[in-house]
Design a protein around this ligand. Structure first.
Ligand code: ASP
Ligand code: MG
Length: 419
């Protein structure tokens, strides 16, 4: 069994879906395909969600129509005439019913978010699966909400791998299909409520499927040649890295490299399953591989830019020593608001934290005040990480005027700067 994951960009138009079908056709043996929502559908559904949540039903309906029209275009292109798969029609009806008839305040924002946003993957996989059959490849559509059991931490749910294992194995083992298509990014709680596992989480879904099915490999199909030492949209003169260890990949992903979701590596490492990053537009290119050990260590600096950061500067109002007494309290407040911390610096009575931008910023600040801290913050920050930095980087980046904070070890340089 092989696992392939196709991200939103690789199925953003009909040509991509056709390409996927060709890749599936030319792969030998059993294949488990994980697909994300097409193109920018997740963002569009987030807008549907926000309008629904604010009670602006008309706006939600218009936003939903945008999603329907976008997929209609891809469907017409694939089938050569207007076409609406049965299952997709059902999902549209369900979504419309939610946004026009439900009371948003009957559940939390997070729970509604997962219900609404998950339609992106439900729709994309239905189209891909039907198209594979139409193109003569044949495939079986799986509802991953029945396979992946998660906790009820909506928007950031954790998959219970132990309970999910027999479910997914049974579905695959009891079937004679060669190709399976399942959604990335989604699961469900024991009560059957739809959950999502965090933005860009489909890589992790693929890794978990690979782990459970003891796949020989997991491949992530992207619109790049393989893993690069920097985002070509951000940095000049980037080059391609053919091999990385699991450890390299985890470090990169945590620093914000958008190659793979940070949680992806662990399940693969646990079963020594190699992870390929393959070029979708040119499948004959070797791509990059992430595995246990590699023949030659990476010898070029890697630059990673994490955007949408906030710098929080926290001080206890009574000047008590922050380290000894208050650290746990600070992190508990952030954890309660599901806020990820990427950099910490402290002195005797102050602590500076770089966190992801969050819609709960005001509430977090309030809570800090309530717990006896004074807080200042700066928004629109970005965190630059350079692994294997060189002297030139110090001059180029550290001495720049927009730098608010730096951290440096022998190998890694991290710079928090204003955008
Ligand atoms: N569709 C989801 C997102 O855009 C999940 C993913 O692409 O991995 O965040
Ligand atoms: Mg995506």
């Amino acid at each position: 069994m092989k696992v392939y994951k196709f991200g939103g960009a690789s199925v953003k138009e009909a040509a991509g879906v056709r390409n996927l079908a060709e890749i599936a056709r030319s792969t030998e043996g059993r294949l488990f395909i994980v697909v994300s929502a097409m193109g920018k559908t997740t963002n569009a559904l987030e807008r549907v969600m926000d309008s629904f949540w604010e009670g602006r039903t008309g706006e939600a309906v218009v936003a939903m129509q945008g999603v329907v029209d976008y997929h209609a275009q891809i469907l017409a292109d694939l089938w050569g005439e207007p076409h609406l798969p049965q299952r997709v029609r059902g999902f549209y009806e369900e979504l419309e019913e939610i946004i026009t008839l439900s009371n948003p305040k009957s559940r939390t924002y997070e729970e509604w978010y997962d219900r609404i946003v998950s339609f992106g993957e439900l729709i994309s996989t239905s189209i891909v699966s039907d198209y594979l059959t139409f193109a003569g490849v044949g495939s079986e559509w799986l509802d991953m909400r029945r396979m992946f059991l998660t906790n009820n931490r909506f928007r950031d749910a954790n998959i219970d791998i132990e309970v999910s294992t027999p479910r997914l194995r049974r579905a695959v083992e009891c079937s004679t299909s060669r190709v399976f298509v399942g959604q990335g990014f989604i699961g469900a709680t024991e009560q059957g409520a739809t959950t999502t596992i965090g933005r860009e989480g489909s890589d992790y879904s693929a890794a978990v499927a690979g782990y459970i099915l003891e796949a020989e490999s997991v491949s992530i199909w992207k619109d790049v040649e393989g893993i690069l030492n920097g985002d070509p949209k951000q940095f000049e003169g980037v080059s391609y890295i053919p091999e990385l260890t699991y450890l390299d990949a985890i470090e990169l992903a945590y620093s914000g490299a958008q190659i793979i979701h940070p949680k992806t590596i662990k399940p693969l490492q646990n079963r020594s399953i190699p992870l390929y990053v393959k070029c979708f537009v040119n499948p004959s290119l070797p791509g990059s591989v992430i595995k246990e050990s590699i023949s030659k260590p990476i010898d070029i600096p890697i630059l990673i830019l994490k955007k949408n950061q906030v710098l929080l500067s926290i001080k206890p109002k009574d000047y008590s020593f922050i380290l000894e007494e208050r650290m746990a309290e600070i992190f508990a407040i952030l954890e309660r608001h599901r806020t990820k911390v990427h950099l910490v610096q402290n002195s005797a009575i102050s602590m500076a934290l770089c966190i992801d931008a969050t819609r709960y910023l005001e509430e977090i600040v309030e809570e800090f005040h309530g717990s006896g801290f004074s807080v200042k913050y700066n928004t629109d920050m970005e965190l630059l990480t350079i692994r294997g930095y060189r002297k030139e980087h110090l001059q180029e980046f550290v001495e720049a005027e927009n730098v608010y904070m730096t951290q440096r070890s022998r190998k890694v340089l991290r710079i928090l700067r204003k955008k």
